[in-house]
Design a protein around this ligand. Structure first.
Ligand code: THU
Length: 145
């Protein structure tokens, strides 16, 4: 599967997205791009905020673009810093990506091509919620005692 993915095109798309970053506070622009299972490429850049914690990572924009342009699942992902070098998605963004990942999604990382399961092992995801609900079908309200 790795050989079918045009990583250079994904990197180029991430670099282009990075040029749109709004980073007056960190001066650390980030661009992210991903191949969707229908063949399109979605991307995003980080957008900071005077209230620092409200900052949107590049992956947030990417996932928003995914939903806005037809949904689907992410097959391959690349992220770059301001020099165009590969950057690891932060922990929160690994979770964001996991939610929308295709089975076996690949990421370009600082240690080579890795799967989403390698960068977010034993992940919490939609399946856990479905299994919980299934086990509690007809069980009424959740009792927190
Ligand atoms: N950043 C991202 O956009 N994605 C990541 O996965 C890592 C961090 C941004 C957030 C902030 O604007 C800047 O990088 C410095 O933390």
């Amino acid at each position: 599967m790795t050989t079918e993915i045009d990583w250079e095109a994904l990197r180029a798309s991430a670099r282009e997205a990075m040029t749109h970053a709004y980073v007056p506070y960190s001066n650390f622009p980030v661009g992210a791009a991903a191949l969707v299972d229908d063949g399109r490429i979605v991307s995003g850049c980080n957008v900071e905020n005077a209230s620092y914690g409200v900052t949107l990572c590049a992956e947030c924009g990417l996932v928003s673009s995914l939903a806005m342009t037809g949904g689907g699942h992410l097959v391959a992902f690349a992220c770059v810093d301001g020099d165009g070098n590969t950057l690891m998605p932060c922990g929160r963004c690994r979770q964001l990506l996991y939610e929308h990942s295709a089975e076996g999604m690949l990421l370009e990382t600082v240690s080579g091509i890795r799967t989403i399961d390698e960068v977010l092992p034993d992940a919490f995801g939609p399946r856990q919620l479905v299994e919980y609900r299934r086990g509690h079908a007809g069980g009424g309200d959740i009792d927190n005692d």
